[in-house]
Write a protein that binds this ligand. Structure first.
Ligand SMILES: [Zn+2]
Length: 224
């Protein structure tokens, strides 16, 4: 085995990239975005859109919720019964899920929702799909900026879909974006052309940092 970690030179740009990226997060300028941590995306609602490992993210998300973020935003997929993304409708990619007012739309049991400062619903118009909070609420980035936020930690479901698109949009808006992979669950959806590996590659190319809850905790603690 070659230990590449301490290998110098070799034409790799990784050490420089790692040095450029901050390992600290200033809590006063960092927000948490909890994406679609809802029953309809887990095995609790097997007829909706169960994402493997969805229920299991709750302790990790709660661990993030215990950290001193300046803001905590949550999103909630919130569809009408005839939403365009549902089977038999215009796009037809998915079974009906997260219909407003139904158990599938509820947050996961045990999730510390009392820590949420704001809940941003999305996908509530029949003919408009919104994977990302930024798609449904175009002023979200400006709102965060006006709130003094420069970095956003993203977690939730699904890692490569609603988490990814929100992370991508925020990154493009200039935020430092960390995606806490162990507080997120992903799924490949071939019918919609959505794949976990491809999303991660694109995310890394944009400068999204794929991290763990422990590294977020350490980064926020170090800066205090
Ligand atoms: Zn949806």
């Amino acid at each position: 085995m070659v230990n590449r970690k301490n290998k110098g030179g070799g034409g790799s740009t990784k050490p420089a990239a790692a040095a450029r990226a901050s390992s600290r997060l200033n809590p006063a300028a960092t927000s948490l975005l909890v994406v679609d941590a809802q029953q309809g995306f887990t095995a609790l609602c097997p007829n909706e859109l169960p994402v493997p490992g969805g229920v299991a993210i709750v302790p990790a998300v709660n661990a993030l919720l215990a950290l001193p973020f300046a803001r905590v935003d949550a999103t909630q997929d919130w569809h009408p019964p005839d939403h365009r993304s549902f089977h038999g409708q215009r796009d037809g990619f998915y079974p009906p899920h997260c219909v407003a007012g139904t158990p599938g739309a509820e947050f996961l049991p045990g999730l510390h929702t009392h820590r949420f400062h704001a809940v941003w619903r999305k996908g509530y118009h029949q003919d408009f799909e919104a994977y990302a909070v930024t798609a449904q609420h175009p002023a979200f980035a400006a709102f965060l900026r006006a709130s003094g936020i420069t970095a956003v930690v993203v977690c939730g479901i699904a890692t490569n879909i609603c988490c990814f698109y929100a992370a991508r949009d925020l990154r493009r808006e200039g935020f430092e974006v960390w995606l806490a992979e162990d507080a997120a669950a992903g799924i490949d959806v071939p019918a919609a052309g959505l794949f976990q590996a491809a999303a991660r590659r694109e995310g890394e190319g944009l400068g999204i940092r794929y991290v763990t809850v422990a590294s977020v905790r350490e980064a926020m603690t170090n800066s205090q």
